[in-house]
Ligand binder design. Structure first.
Ligand SMILES: [Zn+2]
Length: 224
């Protein structure tokens, strides 16, 4: 009987310690590890351009939901954040002859004209084979800082997705035409039914966003 009491007390002490640690962890979120850092978050597609689609899921909507979670987490760490879009629209003017071209040009302008430390372009993928799934991170060709940032984010993504693909130099307009260090992250494949479901879940979007932000933090620590 005495033994039981003893173990009961030990368990209570452990629970109390865990609660205190959780509380400390909660407070730590409101830190300023990214104070003074400016970041552009580019939420891919928008408006009539839905991007990849599968069943009821549209890429542009999910991109924005993830982007907003990234923005929130970055701001909580003291970073300044500029979003290329905050709603369901593209950046082209009414008179644009090619909406897609003008939309992309304006996103590039926002990245090049703001004094920023880095940018992250958020996308989702689709592929003819439904088996293909996972996270892909693309950096600017020849940009070693971009490659480093990609590796830190990939390290964090491993605990979110069971398939984080090898980082690659990406041949994308948003990477080729921009000056600041940046990444294009394909957060998952809408063409894979299981991943499509996950990508629509708020908890999964939050995990992706937190992995991106933790990777950004690790990158700036490494640069110091
Ligand atoms: Zn896309």
């Amino acid at each position: 009987m005495k033994q039981k009491w003893k173990y009961g007390c030990i368990a209570l002490v452990m629970i109390a310690a865990m609660l205190i640690m959780t509380e400390a962890g909660g407070k730590k979120i409101q830190d300023d590890t990214l104070s003074g850092i400016m970041i552009v978050i580019d939420s891919g597609h928008g408006g009539k351009d839905n991007g990849a689609m599968a069943n009821e899921a549209n890429e542009d909507e999910i991109n924005l939901l993830i982007a907003k979670k990234v923005r929130k987490a970055l701001r909580e760490k003291g970073a300044g954040v500029v979003m290329t879009r905050t709603g369901d629209y593209d950046l082209a003017s009414e008179s644009a002859t090619s909406r897609k071209k003008e939309d992309m040009r304006k996103r590039v302008e926002m990245i090049n004209q703001n004094r920023i430390d880095l940018f992250i372009s958020i996308h989702l993928n689709a592929y003819p084979s439904a088996d293909v799934h996972g996270v892909q991170i693309f950096y600017q060709k020849g940009n070693t800082d971009g490659e480093l940032l990609a590796s830190y984010i990939a390290e964090e993504m491993v605990s979110v997705s069971d398939h984080v693909m090898h980082n690659k130099a990406g041949d994308y307009y948003i990477l080729n035409e921009t000056g600041p260090t940046g990444l294009l992250i394909e957060c998952g494949f809408l063409s894979n039914p299981q991943e499509q479901k996950l990508l629509q879940e708020e908890d999964y979007q939050l995990e992706l966003a937190q992995a991106i932000v933790s990777g950004i933090e690790a990158y700036f620590v490494a640069l110091q």
